[in-house]
Ligand binder design. Structure first.
Ligand code: HEC
Length: 305
């Protein structure tokens, strides 16, 4: 049945207010009204949607908001939030910071930590050309394949080699560090909550132990490690690594640069991933527009009964 507003019309259940109660919108749907202020299909549906949202979805959202910070807190230590050039959907790595970070890693951290998943050729991401990469790799030696006499000699590393580890195996690494194992740093920013913020905080978090805290030999107090006791001595000090680009040679700057570099090491494809994500979102927006236009066109001549 189609009503038009040339007929004097009364809704069977009364006013538009009531038609929003559950089930009744089907009555509204069967009525086609033009310019009627009494009730119309759209407002009925909108009201029902709002009811549904308030009744079912809002409580879930509130519960989620209440529970998630509670879960995140627990025993966690608050990390200082640094500003990184790679933050956000459009963030990118800062090549100068990456190069400085590589220098800090090579001169300091590489004495104890391996970086097995990064190959010298990957350093092209940092802006080095082939020759520069060959020169960097040549500074290290790796065991060659056995020669005709069965001897294993050393050769200098090539761009295709992974970063050379400081110790031949894990046991040697532990033995040299009082039994504590210095973890491989290739994925460390992914393996620790806070990522780059954590590395920065850890590097700058060494202080004297508070009164009453007993530390054994080879243990150090750090504000940001869980339990506050770490077997790594503070690795950085002012002026330890020389920078050619005039950046400050401070613990703070070294820590930021090495955290930047380790983030790249763990996620070298980040920039590509973000670029792809933006393209996909743009594509979906355009596609949704096209689909909407198609839907309008297909249904243009169809009236509700
Ligand atoms: C003298 C050797 C040594 C040097 C140099 C060194 N570390 Fe360590 N590092 C260790 C040891 C040993 C551990 C394991 C500590 C533990 O388990 O308590 C460790 C642990 C770590 C951890 C893991 C902490 C955690 O949450 O478990 C990170 C991250 C780290 N080092 C980063 C660095 C960085 C970055 C540098 C260079 C700036 C560096 N280290 C230099 C010996 C070293």
């Amino acid at each position: 049945m189609i009503y038009t507003n040339t007929l004097s019309l009364r809704h069977p259940r009364g006013t538009a207010e009531q038609c929003s109660s559950s089930g009744i919108h089907t009555v509204c749907d069967t009525v086609t009204l033009r310019n009627s202020s009494v009730f119309n299909t759209d407002s009925c549906l909108r009201r029902n949607d709002t009811r549904l949202f308030l009744k079912y979805i809002l409580p879930f959202l509130l519960l989620f908001l209440w529970v998630s910070p509670a879960m995140a807190s627990g025993d966690e230590i608050d990390l200082p939030q640094e500003h990184w050039s790679f933050d956000g959907a459009f963030g990118t790595y800062d090549k100068a910071a990456l190069q400085r970070g590589l220098k800090v890693y090579q001169n300091v951290c590489a004495a104890c930590h391996s970086l097995k998943r990064v190959h010298y050729r990957n350093l092209s991401d940092l802006g080095y050309n082939e020759e520069q990469i060959k020169t960097i790799a040549r500074e290290y030696t790796v065991p060659d394949l056995p020669n005709d006499e069965g001897e294993v000699l050393d050769r200098s590393a090539r761009p295709s080699d992974p970063f050379v580890s400081p110790y031949p195996n894990d046991q040697a690494a532990k033995y040299a560090n009082n039994g504590a194992f210095p973890p491989d740093l290739s994925l460390i920013t992914k393996a620790r909550a806070g990522g780059a913020d954590y590395i920065y905080a850890l590097m700058t978090g060494y202080h004297d132990a508070p009164e009453g805290t007993e530390l054994l030999a080879g243990q150090y107090w750090n504000q940001y490690i869980s339990g506050h006791v770490i077997a790594m001595p503070s690795p950085l000090s002012e002026g330890l690594v020389s920078y050619e680009d005039g950046s400050p040679e401070t613990i703070d700057q070294y820590s930021k640069d090495v955290a930047h570099f380790l983030t790249w090491a763990a996620e070298p494809e980040m920039e590509h991933r973000k670029r792809m994500g933006i393209k996909v979102v743009l594509y979906l927006i355009v596609f949704a527009g096209v689909m909407y236009a198609v839907k309008k066109k297909i249904w243009a001549n169809v009236r509700k009964p």
